[in-house]
Design a protein. Structure first.
Length: 350
């Protein structure tokens, strides 16, 4: 791999000659701008706005534009006189735990390669010290005309460096979080946890850029004169979530089906909004009926006439029934008494 910067790591009084190599590469497909009418390529030329003449790179310098539009020329010689101790040095300033670095600060990534045989021993020493301490090194370095912040860590048997944004370059997340207070229920959290467990982990090497592959197939088809096949449309997305619990449960089921885990019991019972509304209506109706039946007073605060009449009729019916039962008992007793006296008279005459 071609180095983009040569310098040294300053580790206390130890200097480690290194070469800086890009750790990442861009695989995105780039397009050219063309004239739609004839397919001619559109190019940008650097033209001086004062005389309208095209200029070469050798004729272009730097200048700072002041607030009033005045151009203040800045030469490379001016910049070279500035105090920049990290111009050719990656100066380690501290060792901190890896979780002390906010991922928002992460920028470009590089590999640091030992430059020459004498650099192998101090390079290995720093690498093993980072491994054993389980820490990362914070460093300052200069690249492309400005001083930057970096983080050194071990990747396999190589020291890697991540460019970091300065803390004052990270914007505060003001006005980003939901403004209203939102309460999340335990049942919703349980389903979210179940979805996370079902999705599980993934092999990072298995992830790839589907869009880039589709673009490559499109270019290949058009280059061979074939009509590109229309891509299949994905499922509907971006809809409003009506019932969060139902959506989570459906997500868990879909994830299980994708992993071949169909037929498993649902992790939680879900009550849909329509069921909850119907249940609430039934409860209200039941409560109103009970209140109406148990209330001894009407709307005006007086006793209900129909209720009083019903009670009186019930009492009369009950008293009539009791009287009939008493009369029947007396009749039965008389019959039994009469039969007993007749039998005794017969025995006496005999």
């Amino acid at each position: 791999m071609r180095s983009i910067w040569n310098g040294a790591i300053s580790f206390g009084l130890v200097s480690i000659p290194i070469k800086l190599v890009n750790a990442t590469e861009n695989h995105s497909i780039s397009f050219r701008q063309v004239h739609v009418e004839d397919g001619g390529r559109i190019r940008y030329r650097k033209v001086c706005e004062l005389d309208g003449e095209e200029v070469t790179s050798a004729e272009i310098g730097k200048a700072y534009e002041d607030a009033d539009g005045t151009m203040i020329p800045i030469t490379d010689e001016d910049l070279s006189h500035l105090p920049l101790p990290t111009a050719k040095t990656i100066e380690i300033v501290a060792f901190v735990p890896a979780d002390a670095i906010d991922p928002l600060q992460m920028d470009a990534a590089y590999y640091l390669s030992a430059n020459g045989v004498p650099a192998a021993k101090p390079y290995t020493l720093l690498r093993e010290a980072l491994k054993r301490s389980r820490k990362v090194a914070l460093a300052k370095y200069a690249l492309r005309g400005r001083e930057r912040l970096g983080m050194l860590r071990v990747v396999d048997d190589v020291i890697a460096m991540h460019g970091l944004l300065w803390p004052d370059e990270i914007r505060a997340p003001e006005g980003v979080a939901p403004e209203s207070d939102v309460t999340v229920r335990d049942a919703e959290l349980d389903l979210a946890d179940a979805l996370m467990d079902t999705l599980g982990e993934v092999d990072m090497d298995s992830l790839h850029d589907d869009y880039r592959e589709a673009v490559e197939e499109l270019i290949a088809a058009k280059a061979s004169g074939e009509a590109p096949e229309p891509a299949e449309k994905g499922g509907k997305g971006g809809g409003q979530v009506i019932d969060l619990l139902a959506a989570l449960e459906s997500s868990v089921k879909a994830a299980k089906e994708a992993r071949g885990e169909e037929g498993e019991e649902s992790v939680a019972d879900v009550t849909h909004l329509a069921d909850r509304k119907a249940s609430g209506t039934e409860k209200k109706a039941s409560g109103a009926a009970k209140k109406s039946a148990s209330s001894p007073k009407s709307t005006g605060g007086k006793k209900s006439t129909s209720s009083g009449t019903g009670k009186q009729a019930a009492k009369k019916t009950a008293s009539k029934s009791t009287a009939k039962k008493t009369a029947a008992k007396k009749t039965t007793a008389k019959k039994q008494s009469g039969s007993k006296s007749t039998a005794s008279r017969k025995r006496a005459s005999a």
